[in-house]
Unconditional design. Sequence first.
Length: 240
Amino acid sequence: MRYAIFGDIHANLEALTTVIEDSQAQRCNSYVCLGDVVGYNANPGECLEQVRAMDCPTVKGNHDDEASQESSLDDLNPLAESALLWTRKQLSEDQKQWLRDLKLVRQVRDFTIVHATLDSPASWAYVSNRFDAMASFSYQFTQLCFYGHTHTPRIYEKSDTVQCLRETEVNLRRGVKYFINIGSVGQPRDGDWRASYAIYDSDNQSVKIQRLEYDLRTTQQKIRDAGLPTILAERLALGR
Ligand code: ZN
């Protein structure tokens, strides 16, 4: 199997379309989504319908959670909050129900998927260093787990110790566990504006992070036309 593993799409349809086209060119035959389909950018309904039509294993992200509820938005930064209030108005009740029904953690064949962390998936903490990764490894019962949420691709490896690899590609070794952040399709934050996703080849036992240029200008124009905060358009070009 060749899995295309993607997440943190954040309603960026141009980036999502580019990732799907590339994954087909890369001969991927299975899809897995790590959540945050909506929030920030201007095509939440379109992105949700695209992912729903793919009918692939999907876990819930914090923006999926907030966008599908009616409760007040507490712990969010002001940008995320104004985008989420806008997003709630764009989604149908049926689309919100699809988001509500998503699980926090799933096992897909021989690997695990989660949006934020394995040690406390519902609290939406961030794995930003190897100590955070260690906490998730304690709850990781498969060799391989994919996650997102920080919008920064990272490969953590656990053998005797936990370390963060410098590479964006890894050949999986027996007896070693991997906790891999696939980066973000629709709002990368590692200083590289290009869309990010991962290809997991289960026959070759390899994982590779892919980066792709997409039609950024169209995405930015849609954000401005929608009346969303313009800084959301500007940050896309910076990868922040
Ligand atoms: Zn996100």
